[in-house]
Design a binder for this molecule. Sequence first.
Ligand SMILES: NC(=O)c1ccc[n+]([C@@H]2O[C@H](COP(=O)([O-])OP(=O)(O)OC[C@H]3O[C@@H](n4cnc5c(N)ncnc54)[C@H](O)[C@@H]3O)[C@@H](O)[C@H]2O)c1
Length: 398
Amino acid sequence: MIKNVGIIGSGTMGSGIAQVAATAGCMVKLYDTKQAALDKSKAALEKILNRLIQKGRIDEAEKERIQGNISYVNTLKDLRDSDLTIEAIIENLDIKQKVFSELETYVSDDAIIASNTSSLSIASIASSLQKPERCIGIHFFNPAPLMKLVEVIPAIQTSKEVLEKATQTIADWKKVVAVAKDTPGFIVNRVARPFYGESLRIYEEGLADFETIDNALKTLGKFRMGPFELMDFIGNDVNYTVTETVFTAFYFDSRYKPSFTQKRLSEAGYLGRKTGKGYYDYDENGKRVTLSADIERSQNTDSHNSELSQQIFNRVLVMLINEAADALFLNIASAEDIDNAMTKGVNYPKGLLAWADEKGIDWCVKTLDDLYDEYHEDRYRCSPLLRKMNRQKTKFFN
Ligand SMILES: NC(=O)c1ccc[n+]([C@@H]2O[C@H](COP(=O)([O-])OP(=O)(O)OC[C@H]3O[C@@H](n4cnc5c(N)ncnc54)[C@H](O)[C@@H]3O)[C@@H](O)[C@H]2O)c1
């Protein structure tokens, strides 16, 4: 089992990953170029652990054990004993490559060097190393201590041993592993695109307002948050950038086309909760400000338009299913890992492939074909896998 873990970058993700590794019993060295970031990380951990004590989840001794397992360091060289280093610094290829090639001069020959990147290819990061076979993607979700899923992404250079060791370590840290191919968005950030994109498209066509779309997905789909609430929560700048990055990385496949509506919000600084305004308005505590006119309008749409709500839900769901099926078709990950990724990484109420089985593969194909017939747009093309399964009358899970 891996004992010494180095973490580079003590921001949101690095701090969370350090907590996870320290809780699992690893000796963690957390490095950042900024002393203020290290101090902030230390103070934040103290607060989190105190809250866990208050809730009765851990005791004082456990808090001390976790804190005792983390040391805060301010040179990269301090990570030289690390058997595994996970980098969580700024999302910039040049900077990551420089840090990786410097780190490699300090660590032992069989040390694993991993990146938590969300959008860069692992192959491009690995290429900065003398021994690229030691590099792998280990992608946590925010907040890392709470989200069960970790995507593990071997690059084409990664050795089998490194993949096995990384997968085992993440399982030892009590996380659910989904192994993904080194492709844009890995699993979650690719498969989730239609949740936002199709909802925005429905809005842009003037079929429904934000509230009606959110309500349809929450009531009929049992999603915890509607797409517009979620985009406001994530930040329209962040969510737009992910979409644009995925769209570009897929050589402009129209299925991932970003939306002008979201771009304008982002340009206007209507970023969501963090700026007090996005698709909705928020007070200074980040709570939704609901105007009475909104309530009246949403009650009207709810009672008069259950058929519209069903249409909205079906359309977003089938696009998500199509994306999940296509990810399986293109061997991005196994069916189990694709479903686990969405339920454990972004809290979907059901795995999308299991959902497809439940709705019927014939329903999925027909709903997609109807959309394609109506729009004649490539974004509605049905995955060849769904079509084949429909012909052969098979399901994803038996
Ligand atoms: N925030 C998320 O939801 C999320 C989720 C998954 C993955 N990621 C990925 O994780 C990485 C970090 O994201 P974050 O949100 O934690 O960022 P952040 O801005 O909160 O933290 C980054 C930290 O890295 C430090 N840093 C910058 N350059 C450095 C260097 N050369 N050496 C050492 N430290 C350096 C900064 O001082 C800062 O403290 C990115 O690659 C991002 O794509 C983010």
